[in-house]
Design a protein around this ligand. Sequence first.
Ligand code: HEC
Length: 258
Amino acid sequence: MKRNFILTMLLPLLGVIFLLPSCESDPDSPGTEFMPDMYRSPAIETYVDYGEIRGRENKELKTKLSARHTPKYTIPFVGTDESYVSMMMPNKYKAGKAWEETHGLYGWDLSEESQYELTRNVTVNPYTMTDDNADKILSEGKDLYAAMCMHCHGEKGDGNGPMIQSGAYGDLGVVPAYKSLDTLSDGKIFHSIYYGKGYMGAHGSLLNKKEIWTLVHYVRQFQIDGYGKEEEVVEDDSADLEETNSAEELQVEEGDTK
Ligand code: HEC
């Protein structure tokens, strides 16, 4: 008797209750959605952030950088070549907290103070240039440079790129010529490209570390005549560079103690 009641009365009633919400007068409406998450994913989009989380607008998110970083200390899989893998390790030298505001480095791994000065000790580019790979590195560097840097720094690295010439850069200041920066250590160049410096933005989320070290070589060829060309013995160049850097270092250190 009881079972009959469930079958004949309750089940149809439940069915009607479940079906009712799907009745909508608007023919284009899908009716009430039981699981909206399945139709509209609350996933955070990489480059477009509407600040929407589960239907609520989140102004905080809307105004922040939306390109998300991978969880801290993860590195992309780049194969098993040890030198390449170690190049991809998390950056040892960090930008200062202030970079968060000035360079939009929200969520980056930063330190209290900028560690830019410490990178004067990084005098060896871990992407070793040899006679065999020099052409490859410089041609890759050229492509990266054309895509990411030339509009400001200019084709010849003189700081007079199309953005400066057209006035689009405005009066934000001068883009330095690379020639005038030839005492910078490789580490400082890397640091500045990775985190940005002054009016130059951070490129750490746009380029991987190998690409940045490639660009460090490319910046060098603006500064050192014949850099990476076969006639020149590249190792000698880098040895010279190390010497000047360590000489500079000594001076700085002496200066520090005075
Ligand atoms: C928006 C224009 C702009 C772009 C794009 C740009 N730079 Fe710069 N760059 C600057 C400015 C301005 C400075 C001077 C920063 C300062 O010292 O205040 C600078 C400085 C530098 C320096 C000297 C850093 C130092 O430590 O003194 C290097 C090296 C450099 N840029 C390389 C690059 C490379 C490589 C790229 C491409 C990935 C690039 N820049 C993209 C504007 C730009």
